[in-house]
Design a binder for this molecule. Structure first.
Ligand SMILES: NC(=O)C1=CN([C@@H]2O[C@H](COP(=O)(O)OP(=O)(O)OC[C@H]3O[C@@H](n4cnc5c(N)ncnc54)[C@H](OP(=O)(O)O)[C@@H]3O)[C@@H](O)[C@H]2O)C=CC1
Ligand SMILES: O=C(CO)COP(=O)(O)O
Length: 372
């Protein structure tokens, strides 16, 4: 695809139009960071949160004292707790509330949404119960809106502080997007979000991007569990690599592309999340691996850990489409079926030998009498 030139690059004619007005829905750390990026890129940005007190505090202090304390936000960023105001005149929406809230959020937005504007999902997950990708939830609730995703290795705090960061913006390409790619929502949103430090890439593989974001959180919990249990780099590298294999098989089974899984929203985010104590998913796993009870993790403070509930939905979806995901199954069993952590990981390592790649279709069981 011919990616349009960035806004303001010398004498090159600007062929793609960034969106002039954006609504960012979700005043948590990631919604706030994304809104700050868009506002500093020159886009008129409204940031919606459900609590009026927080929106007011943000308007007064130009900081998000609860979710990104100490970080100054652009003065042009407009926080509000009024959904109609946030969506009024918006040309595109970034949806950044936790995945379990998505269907309700879509229903709440519906009466206020300008017709046909694109919606980009910035949350990561699969719907529990239906096994739907989040884009399918939006298609269900808000037909007539192009649905895409913005995802990648992007910790909110670093993004808001202006650390160089890259992400993927993916929308399925329609026929006319191929003829005039500069008018495709992915291209326009990428331009809207581009700053000196935030570098978006354009993709048409929404499935690959969504699967990457949902699965990496479950694998990060596995990495944390093994780290907390006292294991180190070999184990983590094995989990990341084999986790990427699980991600790839699920993405391909759903029509996603292998290249996306090796890109920013797959391998990039998996590596970031599985390598850092900043990650809430990795941290939850680490605490559980250390023997801390679930209720006492994060000092007892409620914390968004998408991989915890998504272990259920990822495993459910994988079973429905006949994809084996042994690491995700192990995390699911420990978190939701009371399986003992040490034994579950021991069993994971003792599974019959397989081919790499699994398409090699080799299964070697231990000799009889061999230690299991
Ligand atoms: N933080 C990060 O680095 C990144 C996060 N993400 C993804 O972004 C999504 C949001 O996470 P993040 O911003 O980190 O979360 P935070 O924990 O920072 O904040 C959660 C936000 O969700 C709001 N919220 C919770 N429940 C509801 C609800 N029922 N209706 C509406 N709003 C609700 C909270 O509102 P309140 O404050 O009123 O409780 C708060 O604004 C997740 O899917 C996460 O995986 C993706 C990339 C990076
Ligand atoms: O998705 C993220 C970074 O890309 C954030 O990961 P955590 O939710 O594990 O903190």
């Amino acid at each position: 695809m011919d990616i349009p030139p960035a806004r303001g690059t010398g004498d090159t004619p600007r062929r793609a139009e960034p969106y002039a007005r954006l609504a960012v829905i979700g005043m948590g750390s990631w919604g706030t960071a994304l809104a700050a990026v868009a506002a500093s890129a020159g886009c008129e940005t409204r940031l919606w949160g459900r609590r009026e007190s927080l929106a007011k505090a943000m308007a007064e202090t130009r900081q998000n004292p609860e979710h990104l304390p100490g970080i100054d936000l652009p003065a042009t960023l407009h926080p509000t707790s009024d959904l109609a105001e946030a969506l009024d005149g918006a040309e595109a929406v970034l949806l950044v509330t936790p995945s379990h809230t998505l269907r309700d959020m879509a229903r709440a937005m519906k009466p206020h949404l300008p017709e046909g504007i694109p919606i980009a999902l910035c949350c990561k997950g699969i719907e529990r119960g239906t096994g739907f990708l989040l884009s399918h939830v939006i298609e269900d609730e808000l037909p007539g809106h192009p649905v895409g995703a913005l995802s990648g290795p992007t910790f909110a705090k670093e993004t808001a502080l202006g650390h160089p960061t890259a992400a993927t913006v993916a929308f399925p390409f329609r026929h006319h997007d191929r003829i005039a790619p500069e008018r495709a929502p992915a291209a326009r949103l990428a331009l809207t979000m581009q700053t000196q430090n935030f570098r978006p890439y354009v993709s048409d593989d929404i499935v690959g991007v969504e699967v990457g974001g949902a699965v990496k959180n479950v694998i990060a919990i596995a990495c944390g569990m093994m780290t907390g249990a006292g294991f180190a780099e070999n184990t983590r590298a094995a989990l990341i690599t084999r986790g990427m294999d699980e991600m790839k098989l699920l993405a391909e089974a759903l029509g996603g592309k292998r290249e996306t899984v090796t890109g920013l929203a797959g391998a990039g985010d998996l590596t970031l999340t599985c390598s850092s104590t900043t990650s809430r998913n990795m941290s939850l796993g680490t605490q559980l691996g250390q023997g801390i009870a679930r209720d006492e993790c994060f000092g007892g403070k409620p914390t968004v850990v998408e991989g915890e509930v998504n272990a259920i939905s990822v495993v459910d979806l994988a079973r429905r489409v006949g994809v084996e995901m042994p690491i995700c199954e192990a995390v699911h069993a420990i978190l939701h079926e009371g399986a003992p952590l040490a034994e579950t990981f021991r069993d994971l390592w003792a599974r019959p030998i397989e081919g790499e790649p699994r398409a090699l279709d080799i299964t070697l069981h231990p000799h009889e009498g061999d230690p299991a």
